[in-house]
Design a protein around this ligand. Structure first.
Ligand code: RIB
Length: 279
């Protein structure tokens, strides 16, 4: 049981809740609290764009949060770290590579995840493939791209074609005409949300998946098994990520003196290829 007498407020900062990846993360944290009977911990969330994250954190400090879980890249990690340490607010960086090892972090092996996608395309005999990348990228997304390209180029001289779009379902739908007109036979979408928009956009244009184009997503959100065709994807262990992040933060809140750099947790989960019908 955490500290006695007072209640504790934990805030999760997320880019949005419309992508089920993020709502599933919050859900897993809530379930962890219930299962562990942390009845004196209140969990809340705040959405924030990457561009406004500093402002968001300043506001949360003023409003009196006790601990933070941050799922956005930090534009200025050292400044944020100093600020939060000054206010004795422990924080865990989730779904982001730890920036300069300043705090606890929970992430997945994004590089290996990217390699899994490239390897699977090659095992299916694809020779011309593409990657859909977001218009705002981050170290973790870059690691996915680097992993994909490293495995691909180790076995092929063909350069994957890049398609840049918004990191949303609409982004996937909007890029679909360009992908339909290209000569690629497979595309790696750096998240499932975009892949689902793409499946929809391609259907509107009469492109068959996987007969004309194979798609691999990333995340394994719940909807991935409900689309037509169902989505092959690189699964991140979302429930484990969420419960690990909150358990580490609770440990810190329980033991505020232990925030020495040498003791920081850096938990990295492995990703897994889930083969469905889009490839
Ligand atoms: O779908 C949202 C994506 O942004 C996920 O892949 C997650 O890992 C984050 O980087």
């Amino acid at each position: 049981q955490l500290r006695t007498g007072s209640s504790i407020l934990i805030t999760v900062i997320l880019p949005n809740l419309t992508n089920p990846f993020f709502s599933a993360l919050v859900q897993s944290m809530q379930e962890y609290l219930e299962k562990s009977h942390f009845d004196n911990i209140d969990l809340t969330f705040q959405t924030s764009s990457f561009l406004k994250i500093d402002e968001t954190i300043d506001n949360l400090i003023q409003r009196g949060t006790d601990g933070l879980i941050i799922t956005e890249p930090l534009p200025n990690p050292i400044r944020t770290n100093d600020l939060l340490k000054r206010h004795h607010i422990p924080y865990v960086v989730l779904d982001r590579n730890s920036d300069y090892n300043l705090t606890d972090s929970v992430s997945t092996n994004e590089f290996e995840g990217g390699k899994l996608a490239a390897k699977y395309f090659q095992s299916l005999g694809h020779q011309h493939v593409g990657i859909i990348t977001p218009n705002y990228t981050s170290p973790s997304i870059n690691a996915r791209i680097d992993g994909f390209l490293s495995l691909w180029s180790a076995n092929s001289t063909d350069r994957p074609q890049k398609f840049i779009t918004d990191f949303t379902k609409d982004g996937g739908r909007e890029i679909s005409p360009y992908i339909a007109q290209s000569d690629i036979t497979g595309v790696f979408s750096l998240n499932d949300d975009v892949a689902i928009g793409l499946i929809r956009g391609l259907a509107d244009q009469g492109v068959s998946v996987p007969q004309d184009l194979s798609i691999i997503g990333f995340d394994n959100i719940e909807y991935a098994s409900y689309t037509v065709p169902s989505l092959t994807t690189i699964a991140q262990p979302v429930p484990e990520m969420g419960s690990k992040a909150i358990s580490i933060l609770i440990e810190r809140l329980n033991n505020e003196q232990s925030d020495q750099a040498s003791e920081f947790n850096s938990v990295i989960f492995e990703n897994e290829l889930i083969i469905r019908d889009s490839t």
